[in-house]
Design a protein around this ligand. Structure first.
Ligand code: ZN
Length: 202
């Protein structure tokens, strides 16, 4: 963690509901108790909100809190946050097409994004400076490739290949393999092949 950049998306702050076991997304709310900052998550099945503290998440929570202080439009950010953790595909599409000044970054698995917007999302993930907190370079490359994998979308791969180096792609392969398992080889093989062709052509 350096310069307030994050290595994990805010999806990392979700937690399993104690009552039904469902993954419950971070609500954007935090509370401090006995010197610890808890994140508030909400069960998608109506079991309500509960607070969670995990030592491994402290740096990410701090980066999120620091990012709040620099927002130019907190209301828009909060609205965008609610859209992204909700399940309204149309609203997510509108956000991606015309993003407000600042957006929170979630893992692509948690977003109800239509495939037609996958390349747009990959482009934002790779280059956009409006994410709060800002993702570091490795997270940008990982999430752009994760989007390519989720949608099996060649346009996303082309964006990554045009923007990322072979070593940057290699560095996130293990994490992507864990995230996508059997779905992993296809798109990434295409990325590797395109990278090889690129360097052969130079
Ligand atoms: Zn529940």
């Amino acid at each position: 963690m350096n310069g307030g950049e994050i290595r994990f998306t805010l999806s990392t702050l979700r937690s399993e509901c104690d009552l039904c076991g469902a993954w419950s997304p971070f609500t954007g709310k935090t509370e401090v108790r006995a010197g610890r900052t808890y994140v508030i998550v909400r069960c998608p099945n109506g079991d309500g909100e509960f607070s969670v503290w995990k030592r491994d998440n402290e740096a990410l929570v701090l980066a999120f809190q620091r990012a709040q202080e620099t927002l130019t439009d907190s209301d828009s950010y909060r609205n965008a946050f609610n859209v992204l953790v909700g399940a309204h595909a149309g609203a997510v599409a509108a956000l991606v097409t015309s993003p407000p000044a600042e957006l929170p970054l979630f893992a692509i698995e948690d977003l109800p994004l239509g495939r037609e917007h996958a390349a747009r999302w990959s482009g934002l993930v790779l280059e956009w400076q409006g994410w709060r907190p800002l993702p570091d370079r490795s997270l940008r490359v990982e999430e752009a490739l994760a989007t390519a994998l989720k949608y099996d979308e060649k346009a996303c791969v082309e964006l990554v290949v045009a923007s990322a180096r072979q070593d940057e792609i290699a560095a996130v392969q293990d994490k992507l393999r864990r995230r996508f398992g059997a779905k992993y080889p296809g798109v990434l093989a295409v990325a590797s092949r395109m990278l090889r062709q690129d360097s052969a052509g130079m």
